[in-house]
Design a protein around this ligand. Sequence first.
Ligand code: TXA
Ligand code: MG
Length: 334
Amino acid sequence: METRILKKTQLTEAAEILKKGETLAFPTETVYGLGANAFDSNAVKKIYAAKGRPTDNPMIVHIANEKDLDAIAEKIPAKAKTLMKKFWPGPLTLILKKKKSIPDEVTAGLKTVAVRMPKNKVAQMLIRECGFPIAAPSANKSGKPSPTTAKHVLDDLNGKIPAIIDGGDTAYGLESTVIDLTTRTPTILRPGAVTRTQITREIGEVKNPHCKTGKKPRSPGMKYRHYAPNAAVYLAEPKKIEEEMKKHDPKKTGLLAKAKVGKPGAFINIGKTKAEIAKNLYRNLRLLDGKKIDVIIVEKTDEDGVGAAIMDRLKKAAKKNNDPQNNANTKNIR
Ligand code: TXA
Ligand code: MG
């Protein structure tokens, strides 16, 4: 299959592809998504196939109007409504009780469904043009960092999907915050651009997920190794970068930090602010992966605000090096 790159002015053509029951990659304000008609189980199956995604990992349903929710979710709690009012459209995904109209392929058999209203104008217009909600995970090959440009999608999925809408760089660079509202105290399943502080300000107490070993993870995606480049990722405190560098062959090491230390084979400045670090994180990991290196050392940030999302993704990218016990779980999706 030839993968076509469509301009953001070609939305009628893009919508035709989805209406035919095919998949299509499109930009959102967080990362690029690989979409299909959320009501069409056969179309949704093609997403799992193209990404090589484990079929027990559910996807997010993207909507353009709050009315679209009627056909997707039921018994919407007051706290969910408060969050929608404050953060939609935007990078916040809500887990709600699902309606029957959403096929099991979207939710991986769960009784809940993840819903998000993206802020990106191309994404909004595409959903409206289609007239149905779009189920979409991030448009990367399963296990790789999420794509923040159309080129990243092409690098991962060329020949596996019919088309990509090129909407330029994504604004946030990290995936949406995922919050489960089907539990008495809402639980943040994945930190993202909407921070814990912003959420508690609106709805009060929220929990972090407890992912005890042996227990079924609340968010199926949490058990997989994610966001990982090909090179082995090691994380270092700002003051310990030099020490970490010494453990590896410098020529084969890429450094992603605020300042260059020693003589790494490749160096990229990670950025000054956390917003900047988040926006370019996946791009930088992909760039370093393109160099002739085996190891990437990344400078840690604090976990305040968006720092929680940055460190969540980095810890997952580094998991295979720091946590060999979890390797068995995660190898199969590379
Ligand atoms: O920003 C984003 O969220 C991007 C853009 C394209 O919208 N999408 C994205 O999708 O990151 P994905 O599939 O890569 O991540 C969705 C996460 C996964 O960890 C999945 O396990 C979780 O949401 N999820 C989906 N449905 C769920 C459900 N019913 N219950 C718990 N977790 C769920
Ligand atoms: Mg993903």
